[in-house]
Design a protein around this ligand. Structure first.
Ligand SMILES: NC(=O)c1ccc[n+]([C@@H]2O[C@H](COP(=O)([O-])OP(=O)(O)OC[C@H]3O[C@@H](n4cnc5c(N)ncnc54)[C@H](OP(=O)(O)O)[C@@H]3O)[C@@H](O)[C@H]2O)c1
Length: 278
């Protein structure tokens, strides 16, 4: 049966390849990007694969939390139900590291935007729904002051690694706090050094086959092996579910991350639903 699948950051890299694979399988893919030209190109290339169905697109710069809210609202206006949300959009190196909300762009795009989008779209995803969050092998303990934008991190890799551990922590904590009526939330490291724009520009290497990352996201979105995996971490470098960073298994630390995110979102957006780790 055809599923409705929203993929953030589906204008390039792993997200675009995942969208292609899912459209080829006959699923309705909702594309998202920040660049309307690239989004139109992606829409055009997918239209021929999707059996003639209309490929929807959404423009939103996820470094702006107000854009994330408007994006969620636009999706909810057009869809009463979503089967899968893939929080794929991510940023590593960038010239401008500060967002208009005063946050590090890595924390804004990689950690807070997917959290806010998830909160806003939870009502559209029922018990059979899935939320797939793009984690990474790069994970470092989160500094609360860096997450909140009170201190700047000068090292891109450190900022990226902290943002990915924060995402992995809230993924598990939120998953454990939800009920059986709610969707599964699964963090996935798609594989390291796959040859996308992020890796080519960030590490000056060609990188591996992008399809390795896309294939695991297709499995995570569709296959039964992921249905009962809520709160777990799939490490595609190992090709299996694995232990996440110890901080992601620490309820107290995860609770603190969620409280900090709720506080940041409370200051920069309308108050959002409290989702404490239990
Ligand atoms: N490649 C790897 O080896 C690897 C390893 C571990 C984890 N990951 C994760 O996999 C995910 C996909 O990365 P990728 O390697 O495919 O990188 P990519 O080719 O650079 O694609 C990133 C996607 O995110 C979008 N994006 C970036 N900043 C955005 C913003 N402010 N607002 C909206 N969209 C934004 C990009 O849009 P534009 O097209 O406009 O740039 C693009 O569509 C990321 O979360 C990344 O951290 C990748």
């Amino acid at each position: 049966m055809s599923k409705t699948i929203l993929i953030t950051g589906s204008t390039d890299g792993i997200g675009l390849e995942t969208a292609r694979m899912l459209a080829t399988l006959g699923h309705q893919v909702l594309l998202h990007g920040r660049n309307s030209g690239k989004l139109a190109d992606a829409q055009h290339s997918l239209s021929s694969l999707s059996g003639g169905g209309r490929v929807e697109t959404y423009v939103a710069d996820l470094s702006r939390l107000s854009d994330v809210e408007a994006f969620a609202q636009a999706v909810a206006t057009s869809h009463a139900k979503l089967d899968v949300l893939i929080n794929n959009a991510g940023v590593f190196k960038t010239v401008e590291t500060r967002t208009q909300d005063g946050l590090d762009v890595r924390f804004a795009v990689n950690t807070l935007a997917p959290y806010l989008l998830t909160q806003k779209l939870l009502p559209l995803l029922g018990a059979s729904g899935r939320i797939i969050n793009l984690s990474s092998a790069a994970q470092s303990p989160v500094e609360a002051d860096a997450l909140a934008g009170r201190v700047c991190l000068s090292d891109d890799f450190n900022a990226y690694a902290q943002s990915k551990l924060a995402l992995t922590m809230w993924s598990r904590a939120l998953a454990l706090s939800l009920s059986a009526e709610d969707p599964a939330i699964i963090a996935v490291n798609p594989g390291s050094m796959l040859g996308t724009k992020m890796v080519k520009e960030g590490f000056a290497v060609a990188g591996g086959d992008v399809r390795i990352g896309a294939e695991i996201l297709v499995r995570a979105a569709l296959e039964e092996e992921f249905a009962a995996a809520s709160g777990r971490y799939f490490d595609n470098d190992k090709g299996r579910f694995a232990q996440p960073h110890p901080d992601a298994l620490d309820p107290q630390k995860s609770r603190e991350i969620i409280r900090a995110m709720e506080s940041i979102l409370g200051e920069t957006t309308r108050p959002s639903q409290d989702a404490d780790a239990s």
